[in-house]
Ligand binder design. Structure first.
Ligand SMILES: CC(=O)SCCNC(=O)CCNC(=O)[C@H](O)C(C)(C)COP(=O)(O)OP(=O)(O)OC[C@H]1O[C@@H](n2cnc3c(N)ncnc32)[C@H](O)[C@@H]1OP(=O)(O)O
Length: 417
């Protein structure tokens, strides 16, 4: 995947307090520093910045400046995302968002988000997505919680895999160099077809693997299929945890877990649960339909929590609606309201044929945030109607909309950024 610059040569936005504009190359370190400090991390030293800089693709970062001082930042990685039906469309993976503590609640983030979204729309990105530090922040900018997941915690001493769970090859640890050389190509080959799965550009590998391998004790194992090709990977690290067993105080936290098929994932679980002297294996962002409990002799060894996963902002509503497939049901006229990107606002006839703009009266009206919630099938339109997030003008349209937007398996992204 080639990097796509998105910053436009628009004039910067000025208020009396600050200016919002694309950052120059030599300002990226300040943007990263503001982000790290906002997350209560140390500012990067030269060595860390050398690596972190690779995540800052040219033409994709913004700063808010008070005079010459950068006080807020956002950026995005070039990516793409699989939509229901298997199509793949351009997506901006938004990260690096932070505002200096002494400039909070004055509209800095609002200015940054608006500018970033306007540029992403002008550059032809269809979606923007992010992992939110707090669920209260991004709804106002049109991001809706678009894919859901589970965090699973397994107690390896009690978890034994059933003997009849299929196996599909071998799992082995990779060195840092092997991981960085082999995994990007392997991911392109094994990338699951599931809706919500995203492309991993070089900037993603730099940020999520190389940086963590170098500075955060990430370890990596790859799964090799019978043909000798890598068809699965896990990235994990050991952490200290309070334990029931005084001799053991290690846990394993898994940050990346992806396999080409269920048999590969069975083996990756076997590998993780087989690491000795570990009292707790915690895996974030697992698909809702993973049959983990049924793989084990003792399902009580698993504790799981609901987890939010990807926040989805539909940047180009006509393109997004046209890109996915729909279930069998009568077509429905859906009105979308998008105050930040008004070109998206309007009525769309959505049906098994696809989606087109229409002048017909709307059966349902929803904000672009709610569209992000239903697009990947995470929430049913009728449920959103029941909680006041979607207005119903024709009640018969609601069950039809449920069937149109349903997906045959739960959407899932699986990539942290
Ligand atoms: C994708 C990622 O990178 S996730 C990481 C995000 N970064 C962090 O969480 C770091 C710590 N937090 C921060 O840096 C800042 O507090 C930010 C970025 C969350 C918010 O920046 P600010 O410049 O203060 O936001 P801004 O002033 O534009 O606020 C806009 C609105 O959001 C509200 N808001 C802002 N932050 C929060 C929050 N954390 N919780 C609830 N509401 C919030 C404001 O009250 C304001 O509401 P209003 O429009 O009704 O008045």
């Amino acid at each position: 995947m080639h990097h796509r610059p998105v910053t436009q040569t628009l004039p910067s936005t000025r208020t009396t307090d600050f200016e919002i504009r694309a950052v120059e190359d030599d300002e990226r370190r300040s943007a990263y520093t503001v982000f790290m400090e906002a997350l209560h991390e140390e500012p990067p030293d030269d060595e860390k910045w050398t690596l972190a800089a690779r995540a800052y693709e040219p033409g994709r970062a913004y700063g808010a400046f008070a005079g010459d001082t950068l006080v807020g930042a956002t950026m995005s990685l070039t990516s793409d995302i699989t939509v229901p039906g298997g199509g793949v469309v351009p997506m901006a993976a938004v990260t690096g968002v932070g505002v200096r503590t002494d400039h909070r609640r004055r509209g800095v983030l609002t200015g940054l988000m608006r500018r970033q979204l306007a540029d992403l729309a002008a550059a032809g990105e269809v979606f923007a997505t992010l992992h939110a530090s707090e669920p209260t922040i991004y709804g106002r900018f049109g991001y809706g919680l678009g894919t859901l997941a589970r965090v699973v915690r397994v107690k390896p001493p009690r978890a034994r895999m059933r003997a009849d769970v299929p196996t599909a090859g071998t799992t082995r640890l990779l060195t840092k160099d092997e991981a960085l050389t082999l995994l990007p190509g392997a991911y392109q080959r094994l990338r699951p077809r599931r809706a919500g799965v995203m492309g991993r550009a070089p900037s993603w590998w730099a940020m999520c693997y190389e940086y963590r391998l170098t500075h955060m004790r990430l370890r990596v194992a790859a799964h090799y299929g019978p043909d000798g090709e890598i068809d699965g990977m896990v990235g994990f690290r050991s952490v200290e945890i309070p334990s029931d067993d005084p001799r053991v105080n290690a846990g394993v936290v898994v940050l990346d877990f992806v396999g080409a098929n269920q048999a590969v994932e069975n083996d990756l679980w076997r590998f993780l649960l087989g690491i000795d002297l570990v009292d707790d294996v915690t895996v974030y962002m697992r698909p809702l339909d993973e049959p983990l409990e049924a793989m084990l002799e003792n399902a009580h060894a698993v504790r799981c929590e609901w987890d939010e996963e990807l926040w989805v902002r539909v940047v180009d509503v006509p393109a997004a609606l046209a890109a996915r497939t729909y279930g069998a049901a009568d077509p429905v006229v859906v009105e979308v309201v998008d105050p930040i990107l008004p070109a998206n606002s309007g009525r769309y006839l959505v049906g098994p044929h696809g989606a087109d703009r229409t002048d017909a009266p709307a059966a349902l009206t929803l904000g672009v945030e709610a569209l992000g919630m239903v697009y990947f099938g995470a929430w049913r339109p009728s449920k959103l109607a029941g909680i006041g997030r979607l207005a119903v003008h024709d009640p018969a349209a609601l069950p039809a909309a449920d069937r149109l937007f349903a997906t045959d398996e739960p959407s899932w992204c699986g990539s942290l950024f």
